[in-house]
Every structure is written in C-alpha cells, then in structure tokens.
Ligand binder design. Structure first.
Ligand code: PMP
Length: 290
C-alpha cells in the first residue's frame, strides 16, 4: 500500500502528494514545521511539538487556519491510516500559493501537510561508540536575523553546516554563534557534563528550544543532576567529562570527539548512558495514543 499523505484536508497517495511551484514554502522557505516521533502507537510529547509549531507560525505572522486540536487529530489520523507503530512525523505549514514576489499577503491560504513514515535511525554502533563531530565554519543565524528558535522551513544555515560535516567525514557539526559561543548542532541540541553537573547553551543566544532538550533537563532533575543554561566557548566542551546531543530523531547520542579533541575518556559517559536509559523508559510509557 502506498503511503497516505495528509495535504490540505485530504489524504492522497505519496505519488500524488504535491505542492504548487508558486507555494512560498518552495519559493522562499516561507513556512514552519515540526519533526515528531511515535513509539509503539504513542506520539511522544505531541502537545509540546504542536505548541512550538504554533509559536513558530506566530513568530513569522503565519496564521494556521485550523485549531491545535484539529491539527492533533489530523496527525493521529495520518498515523492510524498508515498503520504505523513507530513513526517519524513531519508536520508542515507553508505560507501557501502566492505570486513571484515576497509579499506574504499575496498568499491566500497556508498549505498544510503531514507525512508519517517509518523512522530512519542512526546505526546502533554510533550510540555505543559515540560520535565524532566537527565545529562548522558556518556560524548559526543570529537571533536578530532569523531566530533559530523559530523552526522555519528555511534550513540553509543548517544545511551549509551539514555540508561541512560531510566534507569532514562525520555526521554532525557543532555550530557557534557569531560571537564564537557554542550553540547547537545542525539538527540537535548539545549538552556537556562536568564534575557531575550538566550544561547546555541558553536558547536565546540562537538555539532551537528542543523538545528533547527540555525532557533531558527534567530527567536530569529527577536524578538530582543540576542543569545550568550556560554560555560556553568550545574550550569548555573540550574539557568536559561527557558530551551528548539531543533531538527527536537522534534521541540522545554521545559525542566522543570534537575536531581532533577527545572528550572525557573517549567513550560514552556514565551519566549520558543513564539518561539514555531514563529517556527510553519514558518513550515506552508515555505519549498520545492512536
Ligand atoms: N536544533 C535544531 C536546529 C533542530 O532542527 C532540532 C530538531 N531536529 C533540534 C535542535 C532538536 O529539537 P527537538 O528535540 O525538538 O527535536
């Protein structure tokens, strides 16, 4: 059976799921999205993702023409229809079809689509051995240009950094702010552990406020591990005991090397592994059922 895609209120086969070349999502990356995951027929942190989607839309003055409740029900329907137990869900709202100019007012109606597909996972050995990453030469967008807290369709900044990673033969790249502070990776947030305390950059310097990031801060609190939102230079990462990345797709993935600097023992750290276990348990027990 062909995958069924939700597009503008209807379900169509994957082959027929198309948007116009005049859609400003295509022409300008003018739109917002979410990447969401389901585990064993439960959508993980669905409300949090929907809230962020609507916040991103509001930040670009895009009025999503359906309620959050309706959006949630369309996502659950997409999952049910495709009979997916474990899925990666992509919810997208574009500015809609307009003319060749930038003016968003020319776009009468936002385009909404929802894709639910099988999840493509990183190979297990990357979780067991940990990732080497590099520091990208591409700096993260400054919050006064295009705020990285907005999950917009305009991902070229991240893609350029991803190309730096590919060129270096690794799968992820760390991005710095214009001032040279550690901020986030191309599709993940970053954490370090130093002397039993956890640190991650504050999102207002230019990082997405990751849903997984917030879950990790909560899980750490339950383990009495304090988290400090800290503005850090890369040197602090090199001197960390442990380092890991978080994201919906990657979950929690240990980092063992940054450029040519080995982090901690060069193996995934103990606290990282414990938090990974807590996270796994949480994904197995919670979420919105479908
Ligand atoms: N930063 C960026 C740039 C991202 O695209 C993502 C999502 N893939 C994240 C961080 C992690 O966010 P979340 O935990 O909400 O998936």
């Amino acid at each position: 059976m062909s995958l069924k895609i939700f597009i503008d209120g209807k379900f169509v086969d994957k082959e027929d799921a198309k948007v116009s070349v005049f859609d400003h999502g295509v022409l300008y990356g003018d739109g917002v999205f979410e990447g969401i995951r389901s585990y064993n027929r439960h959508v993980f942190k669905l409300d949090e993702h929907i809230d962020r989607l609507y916040e991103s839309a509001e930040a670009i003055r895009l009025n999503i023409p359906v309620s959050k409740k309706e959006f949630i029900s369309d996502i659950l329907e997409t999952l049910k229809l495709n009979d997916l137990d474990d899925a990666y869900i992509r919810a997208v709202v574009t500015r809609g079809v307009g003319d060749l100019g930038l003016d968003p007012r020319k776009c009468a109606k936002p385009t909404i689509f929802i894709i639910a597909d099988k999840i493509a996972l990183y190979p297990e050995e990357l979780y067991e051995d940990g990732l080497p990453i590099i520091i990208s030469k591409t700096r993260r967008n400054h919050p006064t240009t295009l705020d990285p807290r907005i999950k917009s369709l305009n991902y070229l900044n991240n893609i350029l950094a991803k190309i730096d990673a590919i060129d270096a033969g690794v799968v992820e790249a760390l991005m710095l702010t214009l001032e040279g502070y550690v901020v986030e990776c191309t599709g993940d947030n970053i954490f370090i552990i130093k002397d039993g305390k956890m640190y991650t950059p504050p999102s207002d310097i230019g990082a997405l406020e990751g849903v997984t990031r917030n879950v990790i801060i909560e899980l750490a609190r339950e383990r009495n591990i304090e988290t400090d939102l800290k503005v850090m230079m890369s040197k602090e990462l090199f001197e960390a005991d442990e380092c890991f990345l978080t994201g919906t797709a990657a979950e929690i993935i240990p980092v063992v090397k940054i450029d040519d600097k080995v982090i901690g023992t060069g193996k995934p750290g103990k606290i990282t592994q414990e938090i990974r276990k807590d996270f796994k348990k949480l994904t197995e027990t919670g979420g919105t059922k479908y």
